[in-house]
Design a protein around this ligand. Structure first.
Ligand code: BGC
Length: 815
């Protein structure tokens, strides 16, 4: 029986799913008036993808594929023969792919288990007859990706296969009504199918992905999503910066990421950032703009001019003057979404932002500055469809925040456009003078003294070391890190120490996200704790393994035969829309609601820290984990992360762990790759979302990234986690590492981080924790490479966070 909480969570999500879907093309032949015969083709009809692979995979009780969603909604799916044929082709393709990987692993002399993990079967070439009955057809194209591997610009991944292109174009001609549906976590190159009249980015929406499509086809819901990243063609992919280099990846493009690049070179990509159509049409009218101190407020009236209810998103962009520093032609400054507007109905939205947040980073002065000149405000409904709404003039340069340069020289100068893109001023727009005196320069206090908790002072170095590494069993040999890393909640990703129970220090349990709470769906308990009763690790991690190897991995991950008398219990989680889909809603209230659903399930399952939201920037559209992340824009990313955080943290004893800090933008050689990036691009693009999230929601925890920045591990960078994160951004939660479970060996250019160095740099928790990490800290103390005081500081933070979460939870449980 499905418990009420699952039903309730799904019911809350369902009406919002169409808000995450982006209509890229519409010729008026959809929505349909009623369910009908439908010829449904494509990989995503039966093998629909609800989310990506890896640690973010969520174990939900049920999942509605497109085929099921259509049938449930009353459609007659006429293409079963094609779908059965496709199943056989896919199974064959999988076998052939496994053979190929085995040969590659053998040739490279690497372990097949590790080699195959996270690899994705490219879409095969095939030709099946397409003659299903009906006047309406859809083609659902799916792609999946995830942790450990990047996407490829090849056919079958970013590009369509020759067969997909052929079939899509054929269906468009053959059927009276045709829609191309993209069940992908990120962009595909649509340049070759531009003659299609209806294209929908359905995305990957969790449990009800198939139902959401049926709702949209029938017009029960009107898609109102807007792209959270630029969708361009292969030819348009920017090639200034490097991507997927094995050791050093140079971010030569500087601040010109995504739409900032396209707007600055005056080019319109295939589908720009912020773009999305609707079944209805809207009219946007700029009402008035005001400037109060440094706060800009614009009022925009949106009117529904069509004949269906719908929602629209208004976006404000700022074009900063070109001065000593070159600037992108547009940067998102604010956005807002209307309520559902009935035909003919209007709503005036008020959008505000602070000019201080628009400052550029001047490395020479180690300061955020607003340069003198004209700042042009644009309003519109995509980054490429705006008109000037006001001009804000600043008479002299104003320092906004004086900081310290932290990150060193990446070894190159950032790219900039050959000709600076001058702001275009159209018509008679209001002009304002920004008073420099309205901006008071901020000066963060660095190196402030930290308090040590009384409970920490009497503890021995060894006990403090327990507190600062995750859970491990002393002399317990290899311990699972993916399946049963928590002894309290089966399938959780980790927990803090249980070695200090005698001192009254209980463990805090952490489970993955971001598309829901990742725990084992079935489990049993004995005196040693909770154990997975089903698959111990994500299905997608083992799908390419032959049965014997799969069993071996499951055993290593802690799976044990279920004792005869054991009672098997369940805790199914709700699979939410993936991060990018959520951001495509541009609806912060919905993001907060998703956080609320997560918080509710964390309480039920006994989880204290959620390892999400993830808010890295979509720097390249080929990053394998982009679907987990929100956007290419830091404001959108930061505000969505904050909204989700607020939703989760309203629940007593629940905290989030924002990740992966920072510049974690590729999966190729993820443990040993250095993101080489200028201080300016780091601060304006890659750290900015984290800054916004911290200031708006004070997350309880943060996870550093696997990658290095300019040759130093992020977890070993005191300048990053102490000076920037704590002193400048005001973070007061705990900092943990990503799951260091091997990583690059000593022979690599960049060997993995070491526990004592991480704590010495001001990190608090080395995860998931092993005896070797514990010993590394103890050794660090003996050799004085780690001071007693720093160890006490980190232990204090872990202890206080744990006490706070556990206390809140106990109070809640007593109520
Ligand atoms: C991932 C993290 C995740 C952790 C725990 C790592 O491999 O990068 O995002 O939270 O595993 O599962």
């Amino acid at each position: 029986m499905t418990p009420d909480y699952e039903k309730e969570h799904l019911a809350r999500l369902r009406p919002h799913l169409a808000e995450c879907a982006v209509l890229l093309k519409s010729d008026g032949s959809f929505p349909l008036e009623e369910p009908c015969e439908i010829a449904a083709y494509g990989s995503g009809v039966r093998c629909t993808v609800k989310g990506g692979t890896g640690s973010g995979e969520v174990n939900s009780r049920q999942f509605v594929t497109v085929e099921e969603g259509l049938k449930k909604a009353g459609f007659t799916v006429t293409s079963s023969e094609w779908l059965d044929g496709y199943d056989i082709i896919r199974a064959e393709a999988k076998k052939a792919f496994i053979r190929r990987l085995q040969a590659e692993a053998k040739a490279a002399k690497v372990n097949y288990i590790f080699y195959s993990m996270g690899k994705v079967i490219p879409e095969p070439e095939y030709s099946l007859p397409m003659k299903a009955a009906g006047e309406t057809a859809i083609y659902v194209l799916s792609r999946i990706s995830g942790e450990g591997n990047d996407r490829t610009p090849e056919q079958g991944d970013f590009r369509l296969t020759a067969g997909e292109k052929r079939d899509i174009l054929f269906l468009n001609r053959r059927y009276k009504r045709f829609m191309l549906v993209l069940n992908t976590g990120g962009p595909v190159d649509l340049s070759e199918v531009q003659e299609i009249g209806n294209i929908l980015v359905l995305s990957q929406l969790g449990v009800e992905t198939g139902s959401a499509l049926a709702d949209i086809l029938l017009g029960l819901e009107n898609p109102s999503g807007k792209l959270a990243a630029t969708w361009c063609s292969t030819e348009e992919i920017p090639s200034i910066g490097e991507f997927a280099e094995p050791e050093d990846t140079r971010y030569r493009e500087g601040v010109y990421v995504g739409y900032r690049y396209f707007c600055s070179i005056g080019a319109r990509p295939l589908y720009p950032f912020g773009f999305g159509l609707s079944y209805t049409e809207f009219d946007l009218k700029n009402e008035n703009v005001t400037l109060t101190g440094s706060i800009v407020t614009a009022s925009v009236t949106v009117t529904n001019k069509g004949d269906r209810p719908g929602k629209e998103v208004v976006q404000l962009y700022l074009g900063a003057p070109q001065g000593r520093l070159d600037k992108p032609a547009r940067s998102l400054a604010a956005f807002a979404k209307t309520k559902e507007l009935l035909p003919g109905e209007s709503q005036t939205l008020k959008l505000s932002f602070d000019m201080r947040g628009q400052a550029s980073y001047d490395e020479g002065a180690a300061a955020y500055v607003l340069e003198a000149g004209d700042y042009v405000l644009y309003a519109g409904n995509s980054s490429a469809d705006t008109c000037a709404a006001a001009c804000i003039r600043l008479g002299r340069e104003v320092p906004v925040r004086q900081v310290r340069n932290a990150f060193g020289n990446p070894g190159f100068e950032d790219w900039k456009p050959e000709t600076a893109h001058a702001p275009t001023l159209s018509g008679d727009i209001p002009q304002f003078m920004l008073d420099p005196a309205s901006i008071v320069e901020e000066k963060p206090a660095y190196d402030t003294a930290e308090e040590i908790d009384d409970a920490v002072k009497p503890l021995k170095d060894e006990e403090l070391a327990y507190l600062t590494v995750g859970r491990f069993v002393k002399n317990g040999g290899m311990f699972s890190v993916i399946g049963n890393a928590s002894s309290h909640v089966a399938g959780a990703a980790g927990e803090t120490t249980s070695m200090l129970l005698h001192c009254g220090i209980e463990p805090v349990v952490m489970a993955d996200g971001p598309a829901g709470v990742r725990v084992s769906p079935t489990y049993y308990e004995d005196k040693k704790g909770a154990h997975s009763a089903g698959a111990a690790i994500p299905e997608t991690f083992t799908t390419l393994l032959p049965p014997a190897k799969k069993l071996l991995v499951e055993l290593l991950a802690g799976k044990r035969p279920i004792p005869r008398r054991a009672e098997v219990k369940t805790h199914y989680a709700t699979a939410l829309p993936v991060g990018t889909a959520l951001a495509q809603s541009w609806n912060l209230d919905f993001a907060r609601e998703c956080g609320d659903i997560v918080g509710d399930e964390m309480e039920r399952f006994g989880v204290h820290l959620w390892l999400a939201p993830a808010l890295n920037i979509h720097r390249s559209l080929l990053c394998g984990r982009n679907f987990e992340y929100f956007s290419e824009d830091p404001l959108l990313s930061g505000l969505f992360a904050a909204a989700v955080t607020n939703g989760v943290q309203e629940h007593p004893g629940c905290g989030v762990t924002i990740k992966h800090f920072a510049a974690n933008n590729q999966e190729t050689n993820r443990y040993g790759n250095s993101s080489n990036v200028s201080e300016r691009a780091l601060r304006e693009i890659y750290l900015r979302g984290f800054e916004i999230c911290v200031r708006e929601s004070q997350p309880r925890a943060l996870m550093t990234s696997y990658n290095l920045i300019n040759g130093v591990h992020t977890s070993e960078r005191r300048d990053l986690t102490q000076d920037v994160l704590r002193s400048e951004f005001g973070f007061n939660g705990i900092v943990m590492t990503d799951w260091v479970v091997g990583g690059s060996g000593p022979e690599a250019k960049y060997p993995g981080p070491q526990a004592h160095r991480v704590i010495a740099a001001g990190g608090d928790l080395f995860m998931p924790g092993s005896q070797a990490d514990y010993e590394n800290i103890v050794k660090g103390r003996k050799e004085e490479t780690l001071s007693r005081r720093q160890l006490e500081i980190s232990a204090t933070r872990v202890l206080r966070m744990a006490a706070c979460l556990l206390e809140e939870r106990h109070v809640r449980e007593k109520r």
